[in-house]
Design a binder for this molecule. Structure first.
Ligand code: F6P
Length: 538
């Protein structure tokens, strides 16, 4: 079964949303609170120890009702079934989208192209776990008999961002291994890192689903050359590992077959951290913690499939995002986790959201006449408060924010953590409530300022408020909670792609730049004397 091909603008509910928008657009969020003493309870979801507070949005009960009707009209439930059952919903590449199958521990069968892939996944995961355990336990020795102390993940895009973000976010659960990442084809970065590496105790994990990505292969070759210069050719087999769907190319590179971990074509690069592409994560935190990461994601898969609309975290987040993108003309969404451990989450979500839903052709091959993916950006709180929050509070653009917080710190530093969370809550409330003219004047009147000075300063100190946000709170950073968090965003992406009637799982838009870079490189190799300017202006 293929995905429904329904233009959302042609549905009855979209028309209702337009009317509804016109009706409520002048009502600030604070009015909704004033009219509903249970607003927080009514507009929040508790799922185990996760709390999603979505009460600070420009929505009311009617908005939710129409959102739900829209999901029915565009046949979201059918699409969800196709997604989890492994239908080839990535139609332009004729592929299924089955990263969810990787966390399916229920011993269920899932037949894909005639094979029970659940069985296959288990076997592949056991290989990754076994290899990781051998390295972590010190049983795996390098070519000269030394234990491995450093792992370098070489990959880009989904073969880097997910593993890097998860490894950073779960650093608290790390073992003794030193984990490094190389992604950019910037030779300075590669050589800078190689300078401090010991080839005898380092394992390089080359992650590339296609094994044709210029950056990864160039970096891999440079590293291999350096490695052989320092050691010998035979040693490569002990120190280079590959994760790929392209077994031939990995062999051509010189990876020994017992060090090749396959990744299936039904796992998209930006959703591959759960698969063998997450081997660096397993090495960093150990198989048990990796399993917990999968368990957390599986819980969200089940929640997404079964929870009713009003209690469904990914569906609610998705529809609120559509509301701001298509009705309030918001162009961006800020992601602000109040923990340094998740500092790379915005970069990770940039790829998963924008590479998935940054599309302008619908599932019928026509140009969309509505907006799709927002621009995703952000940074950790509180740093972001001292960088871009001025703009969110008083700038001209509407920027919905996702705040992400954890009730408890990992190192039990309660004093710091109180301040961290006070800042998160402070920002959520400041954005929503703002500060009006009278409040500012009253505040200034209690100072030594003259009337003229107060009149001058007041407009600059007014906060309009009515700035929307979602707040997602977890108990603390654990592998399970990080798995849940990422799966929430994955399903949000899916729902939005279905509503926008686009194909979320291809990425044709990255190809042209790659092609041109290769053409330029060819020309440059043929005539090395050509200046950079001659390319820029040709
Ligand atoms: O350039 C886009 C992309 O194809 C991403 O989708 C992917 O995550 C990345 O390149 C890396 O691809 P590969 O794992 O095949 O090297």
């Amino acid at each position: 079964m293929t995905l429904p091909k329904i233009n959302p603008l042609k549905t009855k509910s979209w028309g209702e949303l337009i009317n509804h928008f016109n009706k409520i657009q002048s009502q600030p969020i604070s009015h909704f609170f004033a009219n509903d003493s249970n607003r927080f309870e009514n507009f929040s979801i508790k799922f185990d120890d996760i709390l999603l507070d979505y009460s600070k949005n420009r929505i009311n009960n009617e908005t939710l009702e129409i959102f739900e009707k829209l999901t029915e009209e565009i046949k979201l439930e059918d699409a969800v079934k196709s997604y989890f059952n492994g239908e080839k919903i990535n139609e332009t590449e004729k592929r299924a989208v089955l990263h969810t199958a990787i966390r399916n521990q229920n011993n269920e069968k899932l037949i894909h192209d005639g094979i029970n892939i659940i069985e296959k996944i288990k076997i592949e995961r056991q290989r990754v776990f076994k290899f990781s355990n051998e390295i972590i336990n010190g049983n795996y020795l390098g070519f000269s008999g030394k234990k491995i102390s450093t792992i370098v993940n070489v990959g880009i895009g989904g073969s880097d961002l997910g593993p890097k973000m998860i490894t950073e976010s779960l650093r608290f659960y790390r073992n003794h291994l030193n984990i490094k990442f190389i992604s950019n084809v910037d030779g300075d970065h590669v050589l800078d890192l190689l300078e401090v590496l010991d080839p005898e105790t380092t394992v390089f994990v080359i992650v590339s689903k296609s094994f044709t990505t210029q950056e990864t292969l160039t970096n891999g070759e440079t590293i291999k050359k350096w490695f052989i210069e320092k050691t010998n050719k035979q040693a490569v087999s002990k120190h280079f590992v590959a994760v790929s769907n392209n077994l031939k190319k990995t062999k051509d590179f010189g990876i020994s077959s017992d060090k090749i971990f396959p990744i299936n074509d039904w796992v998209g690069g930006r959703f591959s951290l759960w698969s063998s592409a997450g081997i660096t994560i397993t090495l960093a935190i150990g198989p048990d913690n990796f399993q917990e990461l999968l368990n957390g994601a599986l819980e969200i898969d089940n929640h997404f499939k079964t929870a009713e609309f009003k209690n469904n975290i990914p569906k609610i987040l998705a529809m609120i995002g559509i509301w701001y993108t298509n009705f309030w003309n918001a162009e961006t969404e800020a992601i602000v986790p109040y923990t340094e451990y998740l500092r790379s989450l915005p970069a990770y979500l940039q790829q998963s959201v924008m590479e998935s839903n940054g599309k302008s052709v619908n599932r019928k091959g026509e140009k969309t006449n509505y907006q799709t993916s927002p621009i995703i950006w952000g940074a950790s709180g509180t740093n972001s408060q001292h960088a871009f929050f001025q703009h969110i509070h008083q700038g001209t653009k509407l920027i919905p924010v996702d705040f992400i917080g954890f009730k408890n710190p990992l190192f039990k530093n309660i004093e710091h953590h109180k301040k961290l969370l006070a800042n998160l809550i402070g920002q959520v409330n400041a954005l929503m409530k703002g500060k009006n003219k009278y409040e500012v004047e009253k505040e200034l009147a209690s100072t030594q300022m003259t009337k003229d000075e107060i009149n001058f300063l007041t407009p600059y100190k007014v906060f309009e408020g009515n700035k929307p946000s979602n707040t997602i709170i977890f108990d603390k950073i654990t592998p399970k909670n990080i798995g849940r968090l990422i799966a929430i965003y994955e399903h949000k992406i899916f729902v939005q792609g279905i509503v926008w009637n686009i194909f979320s799982y291809d990425q044709w838009g990255v190809e042209l730049g790659k092609e041109l870079a290769n053409t330029i490189l060819k020309k440059k190799n043929q005539n090395n004397s050509l200046s950079l300017e001659s390319y820029l202006f040709s």
